[in-house]
Design a protein around this ligand. Structure first.
Ligand SMILES: [Zn+2]
Length: 315
């Protein structure tokens, strides 16, 4: 059985496996999932066992992964009767579900901060009081505490994994709600093939990478598909400023990924959110007097860009 959330002993918080990956690659965070202990996210179950009753992780540290990252029970993991994280019979050949089935309902654009809690234990006052709910409050209001609950994520890889691993189930993607910023739609609507970027602004655009070019002050990702406007095809690309990369908190992991992508013979896809490529006129190299049109954008936030393999997307 796989699950996407677990309790981190060092952070005293429930983390998704994507939070764990984000922390592992973050050079500004003193965190290493190998040094942490992950326990059952069910509070009652966790309280029943010692802290040595841990879970395992899968793909917590791989920069490039194919199979969905998750937490899992290891042979020694125990759960209380009725805990929903207890493995059902570990039948031989049990088809470990490859799909990500934990769909966050919101992609939060600001990064989650992990503060070590300094709660005074043993005092009545340490129990957070539930705010009184008015009968008129609807479900969308219930999440407006500013807190990142397991239902939300600020790690871009999480909604992308939901989309990629469930691509064969369009109905599911069409039924799953996703909120980004002020906009609410479904997973299906939010993910847009790069060639159709003119359909709507502010979506998660994706497409197969044709080439990654290394320039003096930037990297340019060229997409294979072209955008058609007035019956003419235009190339699409995004620029990544090298200063942005140098100052990126996940610089090492990012560069490792870019290097692997430049050498890769396998189809790779780029997903990004936050900018919409627009038609620009750029000077021609052969004849600087002339210009040609290209749809282009400068990536503003590397947290909202992802390069990965995604088998099945073009099926
Ligand atoms: Zn449990």
């Amino acid at each position: 059985m796989k699950f996407d959330t677990a309790y981190s002993l060092t952070l005293d918080e429930k983390l998704s496996i994507y939070d764990v990956r984000d922390l592992n690659f973050d050079e500004t965070a003193a965190f290493d999932s190998d040094q942490d202990s992950f326990l059952c996210p069910n509070d009652e179950c966790r309280a029943a066992f010692a802290a040595s009753n841990v879970l395992g992780t899968f793909n917590a540290k791989n920069v490039n992964y194919l199979r969905t990252p998750h937490f899992k029970n290891i042979p020694s993991t125990q759960h209380i009767e009725g805990c929903r994280y207890a493995s059902r019979k570990t039948a031989v050949g049990e088809s470990e579900d490859e799909r990500e089935d934990s769909f966050p309902s919101e992609f939060v654009l600001t990064r989650r901060l992990y503060e070590r809690k300094t709660l005074a234990f043993g005092t009545e006052g340490s129990v957070p009081q539930e705010p009184a709910k008015t009968p008129s409050s609807n479900s969308s209001n219930l999440h407006s505490t500013g807190d990142v609950t397991p239902d939300k994520t600020s790690v871009f890889a999480h909604p992308v994994e939901c989309y990629v691993s469930n691509i064969v189930d369009k109905d599911k993607l069409k039924g799953m709600p996703l909120k980004i910023g002020e906009h609410s739609a479904t997973y299906w609507t939010f993910f847009k093939r790069i060639e159709y970027l003119q359909d709507n602004k502010g979506l998660i655009y994706w497409g197969r990478i044709k080439e990654i070019k290394d320039y003096t002050s930037s990297l340019r990702i060229d997409f294979e598909k072209k955008v058609w406007l007035d019956k003419k095809p235009y190339s699409v690309n995004v620029y990544l400023n090298k200063k942005l990369i140098e100052n990126y908190r996940k610089r090492r992991a990012f560069l490792e990924q870019i290097k692997a992508a430049m050498k890769s013979e396998r189809p790779l896809y780029c997903f990004f959110y936050g900018v919409t490529p627009e038609l620009k006129q750029v000077p021609s190299k052969k004849n600087p007097e002339q210009t040609f049109g290209v749809f282009s954008a400068d990536i503003q936030n590397l947290d909202h860009l992802l390069i990965r393999e995604a088998p099945g997307l073009e099926a």
